[in-house]
Design a binder for this molecule. Structure first.
Ligand code: PHE
Length: 461
């Protein structure tokens, strides 16, 4: 068998995984989900989902991926088949492979159909910062006008896709590792600086607005709002954990498949979660919402919807010295953060063609390009963003959690809990405590069933 591509260095791998996880989910999606789901009401189920779903599923996906990679597979279909075979007849195991494979294919492509657009917005805002286009303007209106300008939207989105195609065409470690090593640390530094700036903002507009009020909105637990919309907010929070950690998409499996069979997954998986959560809760949480509270006011902040981050942040740049340069730098880094995540879904779809039906990588890359372009076109053409929001709600929450449920059914139950536990600890730098085992095997899947079931019932009602 041909030697599969492998990660060149440990730090390169961790950064690539962090690059995969840290993306627009942290800076664009987290704040808007938070604002649309009651702020302090959202944070309660968010942290619960992190501990009871996020960390377990992260370990499960790393383990599954490394296991599949050992047999030369990088996609969910064959991975699920191999694991399910431990307790099922090949034919029945195949059914799990097919369901998992189709689910991952749908999630990865539908997700990309709108996620790449939002990366395109960052490209546009890099340009508009440089030219100072939004300076001195109403930033909410500026955003609405931008998304209604379909020519510009398609241009910046198409440009982004072109870069993606080129990067993915080059292959895994060479393409990705080189870039993330520079850009990810830079993003962190920049985000910290921005947070410091954001949190010292009084409101130049109205004295009673301020960034600190935005922080209060996030960090004051709101049990009442939560109990009134329990299933909706809880699933949204769990969905955000999945989205931001890149779970339930197939792409962690895929990246982990490029590990050596004895490479640690336990500590590395945990490191990825930590790096991502710091970037999300501390950095992402301290930007868009506090800034929106200071400049746009609480009411607008809460109803900002998918555009929130792009409506809020430009205000900071428009009101600071050298704002054009800083603004351009920030949106470029954001573009890059989205880009390193998008590479993962793109690479997944190409890997499906390459490994599962033997289409050459170069050809597969451009077939995927055309497919994703067609799939994304209706998103680009809808200037109300209603379709995008709807997709993000269904794909970004419901379907991710559904695939996560399958992850556990296959990798833990069909593969058998003891096998799983042993596989997780192969070459591991840390030992996962025994008391955490039932959380991974029993509590997590029941929790997911409960959330999916409750929401389905709510929806039918
Ligand atoms: N974890 C990524 C993020 O937070 C999610 C993602 C990855 C979305 C790949 C799309 C494609 O942005």
């Amino acid at each position: 068998m041909e030697q599969r591509d492998q990660w060149a260095t440990k730090i390169g791998l961790i950064l690539a995984m962090a690059g995969n996880a840290i993306g627009l989910g942290n800076f664009w999606r987290f704040p808007y989900q938070l604002a649309s789901n009651g702020g302090g009401a959202f944070m309660i189920p968010y942290f619960i989902a992190l501990v009871f779903l996020g960390i377990p599923v992260m370990w499960i996906e790393w383990t599954t991926g490394r296991y599949g990679g050992k047999y030369g597979h990088g996609t969910i279909g064959p991975m699920f088949y191999l694991m399910a075979r431990e307790s099922l007849k090949p034919r029945t195991a195949m059914i799990f492979g097919i369901i998992g494979g189709m689910l991952a294919f749908s999630v990865a492509s539908l997700l990309s159909s709108y996620y790449y657009q939002v990366i395109g917005w960052s490209a546009a805002y890099t340009y508009y910062s440089l030219t100072g286009a939004y300076f001195g303007k109403d930033t909410v209106q500026f955003f609405l006008d931008y998304v209604a300008n379909t020519k510009a939207v398609i241009f910046f989105w198409g440009l982004t896709m072109l870069f993606l195609g080129i990067a993915v065409g080059q292959g895994v470690s060479k393409g990705i590792e080189r870039w993330v090593k520079v850009m990810m640390p830079l993003l962190y530094v920049f985000a910290v600086l921005l947070v410091l700036r954001a949190l010292t903002l009084g409101s130049p507009v109205k004295p009673e607005w301020s960034a600190i009020k935005g922080l209060e909105y996030i960090w004051k637990p709101d049990f009442q709002t939560l109990s009134q919309n329990f299933f909706r907010i809880s699933l949204a929070a769990a969905g955000q954990i999945f989205f931001t950690l890149s779970l339930g998409m197939g792409i962690i499996h895929n990246y982990a498949s490029y590990l050596g069979p004895e490479d640690d997954v336990a500590l590395s998986g945990l490191a990825t979660v930590s790096l991502n959560e710091f970037a999300e809760v501390i950095l992402g949480g301290s930007l868009a919402i506090p800034i929106a509270f200071a400049y746009l006011g609480p009411e607008q902040a809460v109803k900002g919807g998918v555009g929130l981050a792009y409506m809020a942040l430009p205000n900071v740049f428009a009101n600071m010295p050298a704002g054009q340069i800083f603004g351009a730098m920030w949106f470029l880094l954001l573009w890059f953060a989205g880009f390193t995540s998008a590479i993962a879904t793109y690479n997944y779809l190409v890997a499906m063609l390459e490994e599962d039906i033997h289409i050459e990588r170069k050809v597969g890359t451009w077939l995927v390009f055309i497919f994703l372009f067609l799939l994304g076109l209706p998103v680009a053409l809808d200037s109300t963003l209603a379709y995008l929001s709807e997709l993000d709600m269904w794909v970004g929450s419901y379907f991710l959690v559904l695939l996560g449920l399958f992850d556990i059914i296959v990798a833990v139950w069909l593969f058998k809990p003891d096998n799983f536990w042993e596989e997780l600890h192969k070459g591991a730098y840390i030992k996962v405590p025994e008391w955490y085992r039932p959380i991974m095997t029993i509590i997590a899947p029941l929790f997911m069933l409960f959330l999916l079931g409750g929401n389905t019932l709510d929806y039918i009602k």
